[in-house]
Ligand binder design. Structure first.
Ligand code: FAD
Length: 439
């Protein structure tokens, strides 16, 4: 699009991260004239770029598990979903499975009944099977998670994990930024447009309806539909639109570090490793190119939470304290891990909702929608969220009262009914949530 003082579209999508681009694709597929506007220079350059892009269904709630289960099918046949080949190539899904280490009171007690109810395949491994598959994993129980600067961190384990749950359909995506670019190309093939280096500074409204957005250079883009998919900036956009105070569930930005360490000598983790979820030590890890291990945190209570008031300004350098916490926890699980002196990793922001469950909803401002609060766990669900948001938007624009009678979306692959009321902006904080990245 050439910048000019005035343009008109059916829908403006604020943000071209993986979720914004997916919504652009799904709406343009339905014939909407869409434009994704992003202040950064390319798709997926925001928080998506530093995502671990793990695809798993180990959520706490039935709805969370059902949505993530649906996502597996998109990733397994990404090329077919996109319908186009990106000139940069399409992102690859490594369907290596997930191994979830079992401890008393662990997350498996929440997700397993939902797996059973939904018929999601999994295997229960005893410690012998776990040992055969991952001989370099220690089986000790160390939790609750502690920081390495307390003596108890170094205590001997108090018992053994009770085997693991293995889910064969899960895995991770090679390149989250490329994934967003793929969705951009797919949307463009349906007529969708993208505007980069365009910062939205106002959401214009009149008579209780959204009118469009204004950019920093003064450009007006008019549309009867505006969707806030601004990731960690979501609360700023909601304030701009005057809806922040009208929502029961709020979002805020949380700083998060992910570290890269080489796999131990003699271990080919890149091809034989697997995404491992370790609630005992409050870490998750997965293989990374170059035979590295990428380790993130489940934000245990002992770790200080760094809430960020201005998502433009935060410390984006790996800190020694958090490196030690995450990497030394990993070293308890993989005692042969060598700890490099050079600290490598990424730092980015989660857009965390009050209950770590996203908000996929309309708002009190007619025509203004939100796909926010992705809480460090919605990369995998981007295509499902795209589908659900397009369906919700279409129904509401056609007069459906979603607040009174929540839209139920039948998913494409698993044909499950997803009740979008679960993701309502006006829900009470969901007590069944793990209040962590596990949703
Ligand atoms: C370190 C880390 C690890 C993660 N690991 C996983 C994982 O393993 N699995 C998983 O499922 N999820 C994971 N997540 C979560 C997942 O990456 C996010 O949920 C997802 O990427 C969010 O996508 P988005 O499109 O909503 O946001 P973003 O990618 O943040 O995109 C928002 C866009 O909005 C733009 N924007 C903001 N304000 C404006 C404005 N005023 N004008 C114009 N543009 C604006 C930004 O520039 C940005 O590009 C992780 C997240 C992080 C940070």
């Amino acid at each position: 699009m050439h910048q000019s003082s005035h343009e008109e579209f059916d829908a403006v999508i604020i943000g071209a991260g993986v979720i914004g681009a997916a919504i652009g694709f799904e709406l343009s597929k339905r014939g909407y004239r869409t434009i994704n506007v992003d202040k950064l220079p390319a798709a997926g350059f925001g928080s998506t770029s530093n995502s671990c892009a793990i695809v798993r269904a180990t959520y706490s709630t039935y709805d969370g598990v059902a949505m993530a289960y649906e996502s597996f099918s998109y990733w397994k046949d990404w090329d077919k979903y996109l319908e186009v080949e990106d000139e940069r190539g399409n992102a690859k899904y490594f369907q290596r499975g997930t191994v979830y280490l079992r401890v008393a009171g662990g997350q498996d007690e929440r997700f397993k009944p939902h797996f059973d109810a939904l018929g999601i395949p999994y295997e229960e491994w005893d410690n012998t099977t776990l040992q055969e598959r991952f001989p370099f994993y220690d089986h000790g129980v160390y939790g609750p998670a502690k920081r390495p600067d307390v003596d108890a961190f170094w205590d001997e384990p108090h018992g053994s994990v009770s085997g693991a749950i293995f889910t064969p359909d899960s895995g991770y995506v090679s390149d989250p930024q490329l994934t967003s670019h793929n969705l951009q190309r797919a949307a463009e093939a349906k007529g969708g447009q993208f505007l980069f280096n365009g910062e939205i500074t106002d959401v214009r409204r009149a008579d209780g309806r959204v009118q469009g957005v204004t950019l920093a250079d003064g450009t007006h883009i008019d549309a009867p539909i505006v969707v806030n998919v601004a990731g960690p900036h979501s609360f700023i956009i909601n304030k701009m639109a005057g809806v922040y105070d009208t929502m029961n569930i709020k979002t805020k930005a949380l700083r998060h570090e992910v570290h890269h360490v080489p796999a131990p000598d003699g271990v080919d983790f890149e091809t034989s490793g697997m995404h491992t979820s370790d609630s005992d030590l409050a870490i998750y890890f997965r293989p990374e190119v170059g035979n590295n291990i990428l380790v993130g945190s489940e934000d245990p209570a002992c770790d200080p939470k760094v809430w960020v008031e201005d998502p433009e300004h935060y410390n984006n350098a790996v800190t020694e304290a958090q490196w030690n916490a995450q990497v030394l926890r990993l070293a308890r699980r993989i005692p042969s891990l060598g700890i490099p002196s050079q600290k490598k990793g990424v730092v980015d922001l989660y857009d965390v909702s009050d209950d770590w469950i996203p908000i996929y909803d309309r708002t009190d401002l007619d025509g203004f929608y939100v796909a926010i609060g992705s809480s460090g766990n919605q990369f995998k669900n981007a295509p499902v969220a795209g589908h659900c948001m397009a369906e919700l938007i279409e129904r509401v624009q056609n007069g459906h009262d979603h607040d009174l009678d929540p839209v139920v979306v039948t998913t494409r692959y698993t044909q499950l009914p997803l009740n979008m009321g679960f993701y309502s902006r006006n829900r009470e904080v969901n007590p069944n949530s793990s209040f962590s990245v596990n949703g």
